[in-house]
Design a protein around this ligand. Structure first.
Ligand SMILES: NC(=O)C1=CN([C@@H]2O[C@H](COP(=O)(O)OP(=O)(O)OC[C@H]3O[C@@H](n4cnc5c(N)ncnc54)[C@H](OP(=O)(O)O)[C@@H]3O)[C@@H](O)[C@H]2O)C=CC1
Ligand SMILES: O=C(O)[C@@H]1CCC=N1
Length: 282
């Protein structure tokens, strides 16, 4: 694995997003926040309201038709649901055969071999798994490239995604479902934990607004310590935990409730679901 952050986008490439939903919005926002000119981004989405919001928020050109969005683009970012990706690719296959694009997919589960086949057999495909903090430039993206992607394509895909946060290349495509289960879905695990902590705070009598602020700031502070201190989570946890103190009482309750096994089960379930999405939509 090699990991990087914040490479500049090389060349004068035009990027078409197919699908303008949550993930495309996060990536477009991250790219524009990182200084990419809005004119270099086209987005296709069937939703009138989705397109209007993207135009208003980011100044990008939008299209109802994917074929129009990719017409001038040499990089195609596939940001539709896994369930519709096959139809989208097959609709663009003639164009992809004539003018082979670099395809960057963010779809969970769907393999590079599937995308290459659906696009007519020639496309250079980088399968990626970003996450929604990309919108803030704090994303995490795993990347895997098929054999058709050359060094320039890898550099370009990495630059594209690193404009929205950190990146890590994965050598074995089988592990991309594990990446999805850890960092792709991971923000939702943290949000669920935040919901549970807020509810617990309110149950202990704290006002709702104070409970929300305490949880937000505690997670932010802990995340910053994790990423900025250079220390392992075990060590950071040890320093909070006074012998026979309050933290120890809480941590013993988490351990007794099987938190570690529960997290392992949840990550395994997400990985299995990625594999199912590939098989079910082939
Ligand atoms: N959300 C996340 O945290 C992450 C998501 N992903 C992946 O990103 C992909 C998109 O997910 P997400 O953004 O959450 O989903 P969304 O549903 O928010 O976005 C998908 C968008 O694609 C549109 N769409 C449907 N058909 C077409 C078409 N033929 N051409 C163009 N656009 C179309 C949808 O419109 P409509 O709703 O009208 O059908 C929708 O607006 C998925 O494959 C997912 O696995 C990856 C990492 C993280
Ligand atoms: O839930 C999903 O399937 C997508 C992939 C990772 C995050 N959201």
């Amino acid at each position: 694995m090699t990991s990087t952050s914040n490479a500049a986008l090389p060349g004068n490439h035009s990027i078409a997003f197919i699908g303008g939903g949550n993930m495309a919005r996060s990536l477009v926002g991250g790219l524009i926040g990182g200084g990419l000119a809005a004119q270099r981004i086209h987005v296709a989405d069937p939703g009138d309201a989705v397109r209007a919001a993207l135009e208003a928020d980011f100044g990008v050109a939008t299209f109802a038709d994917a074929g129009e969005a990719v017409a001038a683009a040499d990089v195609w970012v596939m940001a539709v649901k896994p369930q519709v990706l096959r139809g989208v690719c097959e609709g663009l296959a003639d164009t992809a055969r004539e003018r082979v694009p670099l395809v960057v997919s963010v779809a969970a589960g769907i393999t590079t071999a599937q995308i290459e086949r659906w696009l007519g057999g020639k496309a250079a495909v980088v399968r990626t798994m970003p996450n929604t903090p990309s919108l803030l430039g704090a994303g995490m993206t795993g990347l895997y490239a098929n054999a058709r992607v050359d060094a320039a394509g890898r550099t370009l895909a990495e630059a594209l995604l690193s404009a929205t946060g950190r990146t890590a290349w994965i050598d074995d495509e089988m592990l991309m479902d594990a990446v999805t289960a850890v960092s792709g879905s991971g923000p939702a695990y943290v949000f669920l934990f935040a919901e549970a902590m807020e509810a617990a705070a309110i149950a202990q009598g704290l006002p709702a607004d104070a409970a929300r602020l305490m949880v937000q700031q505690t997670l932010l502070g802990a995340a910053r310590m994790l990423s900025e201190s250079g220390e392992a989570p075990e060590e950071l946890r040890r320093r909070v935990t006074s012998p026979n103190g309050t933290t120890q009482a809480a941590l013993e309750a988490f351990e007794a409730g099987g938190l570690r096994a529960l997290v392992a089960d949840a990550v395994a379930a997400a990985r299995r679901r990625g594999q199912e999405l590939s098989a079910a939509n082939d």
